[in-house]
Design a protein. Structure first.
Length: 572
């Protein structure tokens, strides 16, 4: 309750400041223009007014605009001109119904001269004056005196009889209720009549009750949603609180328009409550956008397509930008602030704005490039220059990358227009290339068995690529016999790849143990051999005999292994 009172006082202060600040440009609300022929003389103006009010009472609600157009409202503040004009039109009709039966034939039709006095009362005159453009309107003094004249004739009986209940119900609420009240309640106390003070109290209480009830209902409703829908679990119970504030503001707005306040009182209250209505509406829409965002994200995560996962976080941001722009326009329209000069300024300063917003525009185009080209999606492992990590979020201005040492790097999207992006997440296969180093004393048959055993492991492991792999003795290094192992995994993510690589290496280690194959590590062996006296350590062969012996030995080895024939290329 305390914050509601504080909010109301703040809004009243704000509205007073807006009125006091002469620099605020207020948009004038002009009634629809009438042709000059409808206002060319006093008789025609009064006829236009009476016909418009009669049509309005018959249900033609737009006709009230014509009645308002017969008043000179140039000195009425534009913020309340429409409401004030409607009230004055009804008050004047009430005055005439109680004091004068209009005979149009008795009213002058002159188009020049001094103001025409329609009727004289103790508190003033009802008169029409000619304007500079030739129109005859109820003048400014009449506008100011109408409430006093109505007070003067309020106890008189009507000279005309209402033909049906519909005509009676079309009259404003405050006029209908005021004529039913005793004189004591119509007495003014502190700028308002007593019955208006009671009305203000009732509408304030109704607004507070509506706020409490709406807040409670939506809190219970959100709790129910959270119990049924796991995706809403992170929302606060008060997330839909703005609905109650909006209901309270709308009730207060209706109350202000029903109570028939004077121009100054209506001006202050209307600015405050209109601002509250606009603010609560924008706030409410913001909260609805949050609900829509959660629903969109949940739907995106439930599909296999990664593009919607990337677009889903942009939906609430786009909607909130749109709501913000529309909210500014909505607030300006509700406060009748003229924003045309601001829009014109944007047009004139468009070039300067474009130069200042160059980086922002580049970032937006960068995000569009990422979306259209599908360079990467949320969750992909990417490398961009010196940055490497997993994409966590893609926004309009920047992309957030979580590095493998758990820091968060924010990269402007303009980088992706020209940068080379290595998308590791788009790999169909995860390659693994290494060399298994065996000791030099490993027999050739064991090396053959070991290589074929690794190939069989590749064929048996479910995640390993079966159509392309290589396992061969590949090199004689300084300290070992090197077996090339060139294999691939078809895994969806890095975690699965690590698990499958772990399984593969352990199976290779078990295979080596079963076959008696030892892995080498960098060692140096020094052999010292002492020659015996009188013994020739080397068998001396001629060059021809040496060639013959080597060739014969090679033929026996090739024939023994069956490798003498040309085999076809490797086919998987």
């Amino acid at each position: 309750m305390r914050y509601k009172i504080f909010s109301l006082l703040f809004l009243l202060f704000l509205s007073h400041s807006l009125l006091a600040d002469q620099k605020i440009e207020i948009k004038t609300i002009e009634p629809p223009p009438l042709p000059l022929s409808a206002l060319k003389n006093p008789r025609q103006t009064i006829a236009t007014y009476l016909h418009a009010m009669n049509d309005f009472k018959r249900g033609q609600t737009k006709q009230i605009e014509k009645a308002i157009a017969t008043f000179d409202l140039s000195e009425v503040n534009g913020l309340v001109r429409q409401e004030r004009g409607k009230n004055l039109a009804w008050m004047l009709l009430d005055i005439l119904d109680r004091s004068k039966i209009i005979q149009l034939s008795t009213i002058t039709d002159r188009q020049q001269g001094l103001p025409y006095v329609l009727e004289t009362y103790k508190n003033g005159e009802i008169r029409l004056a000619r304007q500079e453009d030739g129109r005859w309107l109820f003048d400014i003094d009449t506008i100011r005196l109408i409430p006093l004249i109505l007070e003067e004739v309020s106890d008189k009986k009507r000279l005309t009889i209402e033909k049906d209940k519909g005509n009676k119900q079309s009259r404003p609420f405050y006029l209908r209720i005021r004529e039913q009240l005793p004189a004591g309640l119509r007495h003014k106390t502190l700028v308002l009549e007593n019955w208006q003070w009671f009305g203000v109290f009732i509408f304030v209480v109704l607004g507070v009750l509506a706020d409490f009830i709406m807040s409670l209902v939506f809190k219970l409703l959100l709790r129910y949603w959270k119990s049924k829908k796991f995706m809403y679990r992170h929302l606060s119970d008060d997330s839909l609180r703005p609905f109650g504030l909006m209901a309270m503001a709308l009730i207060w707005l209706v109350g202000i328009r029903l109570m028939g306040f004077s121009e100054q009182i209506m001006l202050i209250l209307l600015i405050a409550v209109k601002f509250l209505v606009a603010l609560s509406t924008v706030w409410t829409v913001y909260r609805l956008v949050d609900l829509v965002a959660i629903w969109v994200l949940e739907k995106a995560h439930s599909t296999e397509n990664k593009l919607d996962d990337m677009l889903a976080p942009l939906v609430p941001k786009t909607l909130k930008i749109f709501v913000t722009i529309m909210g500014i326009i909505f607030v300006a329209e509700n406060l009748n602030i003229n924003i045309s000069s601001l829009l014109a300024g944007l047009g004139i300063g468009g070039l300067a704005f474009a130069l200042a917003a160059k980086d922002m525009v580049q970032n937006i185009f960068g995000s569009i490039t990422v979306l259209l080209d599908q360079t990467f999606t949320a969750g992909d492992w990417i490398k961009v220059g010196d940055v490497e990590g997993s994409v966590e979020q893609i926004g309009f201005r920047s992309t957030k990358v979580r590095t493998f040492y758990n820091s968060l790097i924010t990269m402007p999207n303009s980088v992706f227009i020209t940068a080379e992006v290595d998308n590791m997440g788009e790999r169909r296969y995860r390659r693994y290339s290494t060399r298994f180093s065996l000791t030099y004393d490993t027999p050739p048959d064991k090396i053959e068995a070991f290589c074929e055993g690794i190939r069989e492991i590749v064929r048996l492991h479910p995640y390993m690529r079966k159509d392309y792999y290589h396992v061969y003795l590949n090199d004689f290094s300084a300290t070992s016999l090197d077996v090339l192992v060139y294999v691939f995994w078809e895994t969806p993510d890095w975690s699965t790849e690590l698990r499958e690589r772990h399984r593969f290496l352990l199976d290779c280690l078990r295979l080596a143990q079963n076959l008696g194959v030892e892995y080498a590590f960098p060692t140096q062996t020094l052999h010292l051999k002492k020659a015996k006296e009188g013994v020739d350590l080397t068998e001396q062969l001629s060059e021809t005999d040496a060639h013959q012996k080597g060739a014969e030995s090679a033929r026996k080895i090739v024939e023994a292994t069956g490798k003498g024939k040309k085999e076809p290329p490797v086919i998987f």
